[in-house]
Design a protein around this ligand. Structure first.
Ligand SMILES: Cc1ncc(COP(=O)(O)O)c(C=O)c1O
Length: 335
């Protein structure tokens, strides 16, 4: 294989079959962590930038692209911007992982770290305020706004959903962890067009507000929100499953032990949710889940027992009566 650009390193047909993973049913895990920059977010980054170029909003060597990210999108955008010739500013917070931040800087992006939490006990509100300040100060600055930008969703309609549909004759269940809900919204739109009966399961960490959950402090980056993203208005999951961070850690550790692949935190959250619904799967159904990234960058968080003891087991995010319950999504959706 000879590549002409790092952006050719997107592996679209990589599915890990997990025999009898949930109640005797096989699960197919779509692995996105082998893509360049290490996550599914490279697809989003390319689509966000190219969408602005198609609209004539982004101009090489003039436009400064700005985004809020806890790591993966920021890293992907910094690579895309380096290749295309844009200046890039990433606004992030202390939950972001260090290697992503270093990577952003090495690709030439600028990192701004906010320190204080917002009233919902997360950082997103403060990150968004910082972006507003940057946009006001620099007329060439353009915010990509992954939380509301339809190009985020469309990346997954055009790419991720089609990649799944090409691989399977039928898809009965699709499990997607949610941050901006871009993956969830795009994959469900694309898959429902091909498989109208597919059941779409949104997987949330306890403490995320996206589908009406009560806000609590969360520690694992990439998944969940403290401010409901606008894109979530378009998300129509059939089910929303909440998973505690403690269950996420257990699922990650069990997966390394049993399936010998170090997966990222949001993948562990999705795997825990699949096992929670195992009794509902029928014989012959095809169950697919998305693994947005791999685990190496979580060695000092999810996979560090001291970090887990200090930040997860000792805190209010630990298993509560609410953990693992299903959100009353129908009520939220009609509100
Ligand atoms: C590791 C990881 N998992 C899941 C997600 C959630 O994806 P989305 O923003 O499309 O909802 C992200 C988003 O950054 C992520 O980095």
């Amino acid at each position: 294989m000879i590549i002409e650009s790092p952006l050719n390193l997107i592996f679209r047909d990589l599915f890990y079959r997990l025999p009898a993973f949930a109640g005797g049913h096989d699960v197919f895990l779509k692995l996105e962590g082998f893509n360049v920059t290490g996550s599914i977010k490279i697809k989003t980054a390319i689509e966000l930038v190219e969408d602005l170029e198609r609209q004539g909003i982004a101009r090489t060597r003039e436009t400064v692209l700005v985004e809020s990210s806890s790591g993966n999108l920021g890293l992907s955008l910094s690579l895309v911007c380096a290749i295309k010739g844009y200046e890039f500013i990433c606004v992030t917070d202390p939950n972001a992982n260090w290697s992503a931040i270093r990577g952003i800087e090495l690709y030439g992006g600028k990192v701004i770290m906010v320190e204080e939490r917002d009233p919902a006990n997360g950082y997103l509100g403060v990150r968004l305020k910082k972006i507003a300040e940057i946009l006001q100060a620099d007329p060439n600055a353009v915010w990509l706004n992954q939380y509301a930008n339809l190009a985020n969703k469309n990346a997954h309609v055009k790419q991720t959903a089609n990649e799944i549909a090409r691989e399977f004759d039928q898809v009965d269940w699709i499990f997607v962890g949610t941050g901006t809900t871009g993956t969830l919204t795009g994959v469900s739109e694309g898959l429902r067009a091909k498989f109208p009966g597919v059941k779409v399961v949104a997987v949330e960490p306890v403490g995320s507000v996206t589908f009406g959950g009560a806000s609590t402090k969360r520690n694992i980056p990439g998944i969940g929100t403290s401010v409901r993203p606008k894109l979530a208005d378009l998300a129509r999951p059939d089910r929303v499953i909440e998973v505690s961070e403690e269950k996420t850690v257990e699922a990650c550790l069990a997966f390394v032990r049993d399936y010998h692949l170090l997966v990222g935190g949001s993948t562990g959250t999705v795997l825990a949710a699949i096992q929670q619904l195992a009794q509902e799967f029928r014989s012959g159904e095809t169950i697919v889940a998305i693994s947005p990234d791999l685990g190496e960058k979580y060695l000092d968080t999810v996979y560090d027992p001291i970090w887990v003891d200090q930040l997860i087991r000792s805190e209010d995010t630990k298993d509560s009566p609410d953990a693992g319950r299903e959100q009353p999504y129908a009520l939220v959706a009609s509100g």
